[in-house]
Design a protein around this ligand. Structure first.
Ligand code: ZN
Length: 460
């Protein structure tokens, strides 16, 4: 089977693979219609942390967090190629209590780069971090917090295009997300940052900031239902102990879902994108985004304003229940077939991927803008549920193309082709080497995998 340009359909920003489940609820008597809880498991707030840069003290901050029941995300650069084993990203994200987020390849001031360089900095960083951790990365912190430039509106436009084409759907900068005309409505989420202090803990100021959120809750919730601490993991010695004291008090300061930003982003997106349709008595159809596209497999929480619920199953799998304040929270897990990748890799210069022996991928972009992505399945088993996503340079439209590849048989070779069509002119948009990336999601022997291939074109 040979793919053609016509096979690649435009993928709208925020659009995902969706699938259906059937939830069956057993109850003592009739139930009111359920709603989707704003926060996982019906908690009042998400509570997370955000720590930037590859600082070695991140390891100590993580330990202090876990000692005090606090979780969160470390936003890392990827300046050098690294082995996964022994890497900071792998250490910080081990066991899933914390995760990593994107912070660009080399920590530049993005407004000083061309659109092509900006795109490379964001997307290549996400790919590097996913390969190091074998976990999807869905959240970004801009280096120096810079995503726009005075009197140059094209910078916010290009940075937004680069963000969306990278596949991020969460950003720690609420100023980037709220009121940004270049982001489609409802596609990108954010949080409410409170700062305990990077070099010295200013506890009084910190609790005052939290108190303000609580006092003006309705206003703040228009931005997010997630509060997070930041910004740098620099606290050592006695300052780290003080940070630990703040965290110990914070743990039960409110009814928190302690989460990573990755989990928060995935929950917030599925809350927005899921449809629940009542069926025959006690059953509900659920149409929701796939976990591997959300970036995390946190269950979806349905709320019934009743305590009559006795049990619930989704496609035969039991759901966890929590009852509080006269309500029942039903946590609906994702179907295993739409779960997370077990391994994530990038094809090397020779096309081979160490984690998927026999699977080859190549990607090329010629000076005329012709893009060819070729996959060769020498793994000895069929690859199913294939999904190829191509991200194009910011000067081009559309920004994302997607091909469905239901089965790539053992020994089969498949190519997808596309043309990069620049619609934005000028040195800012077209200067520097254009960069393209292909993401191939697939299932082999019942296990989900993800393989990236990347390529540079030539500068005009
Ligand atoms: Zn930084």
């Amino acid at each position: 089977m040979v793919g053609t340009a016509q096979d690649g359909a435009k993928l709208a920003y925020g659009e995902t693979v969706r699938y259906r489940q059937t939830l069956v609820v057993e109850a003592d008597g009739p139930l009111p219609e359920p709603s989707i809880a704003p926060v996982y498991n019906g908690h009042r707030w998400g509570l997370s942390t955000r720590w930037d840069d590859n600082h070695p003290n991140a390891r100590n901050v993580r330990r202090k967090m876990l000692e005090n029941g606090i979780r969160g995300t470390f936003y890392l650069n990827s300046r050098q190629p690294e082995k996964a084993e022994g890497s900071l990203a792998r250490f910080l994200s081990q066991d899933g209590m914390c995760s990593v987020g994107g912070h660009s390849v080399s920590h530049p001031k993005l407004p000083e780069l061309t659109a092509n360089q900006t795109f490379y900095e964001l997307l290549d960083n996400r790919i590097a971090l996913e390969c190091l951790t074998d976990q999807p990365v869905n959240s970004l912190a801009y280096p120096y917090g810079q995503f726009q430039a005075k009197d140059r509106p094209e910078v916010l436009h290009a940075v937004s295009e680069a963000f969306l084409r990278t596949g991020y759907h969460h950003c720690v900068y609420s100023g980037f997300v709220m009121g940004n005309p270049h982001l489609p409505a409802g596609v990108v989420t954010t949080g409410l940052q409170v700062v305990p202090g990077d070099r010295a803990i200013e506890a009084e100021k910190f609790w005052a900031s939290l108190g303000k959120i609580r006092a003006h809750e309705a206003n703040y919730r228009q931005t997010s239902d997630c509060i997070f601490l930041g910004v740098h993991p620099w606290q050592e010695g006695p300052v780290l102990e003080e940070l630990g004291e703040v965290m110990a008090k914070l743990r039960d300061w409110d009814d928190f879902w302690h989460c990573t930003q990755t989990e928060w982003a995935a929950y917030a997106k599925q809350r927005h994108d899921t449809k629940v349709v009542p069926g025959a008595a006690g059953s509900y159809g659920i149409e929701r985004p796939a976990a591997f596209e959300l970036g995390n497999d946190v269950p979806l929480t349905l709320v019934f304003a009743s305590t009559a619920v006795r049990a619930a199953t989704v496609d035969g799998v039991p759901c966890e229940l929590r009852q509080a304040d006269g309500k029942t929270y039903v946590n609906v897990p994702h179907a295993a077939a739409f779960g997370l990748p077990a391994q994530i890799d990038r094809a090397g210069a020779d096309g081979n991927a160490e984690k998927f022996p026999g699977l080859k991928a190549s990607l090329t972009l010629d000076p005329a803008g012709n893009i060819v992505c070729t996959l060769e399945n020498g793994t000895g088993a069929a690859l199913t549920a294939g999904l190829l996503t191509l991200a194009l340079p910011p000067a081009c439209e559309p920004g994302l193309l997607r091909w469905q590849q239901p089965e790539l048989a053992a020994g089969e070779k498949w190519s997808a082709t596309a043309t990069a069509q620049p619609v934005r002119e000028g040195e800012y948009w077209q200067g520097g080497k254009p960069y393209v990336a292909a993401q191939f999601d697939f299932v082999r022997d019942g296990e989900r995998g993800r393989l990236f291939a990347t390529a540079f074109g030539t500068a005009p």
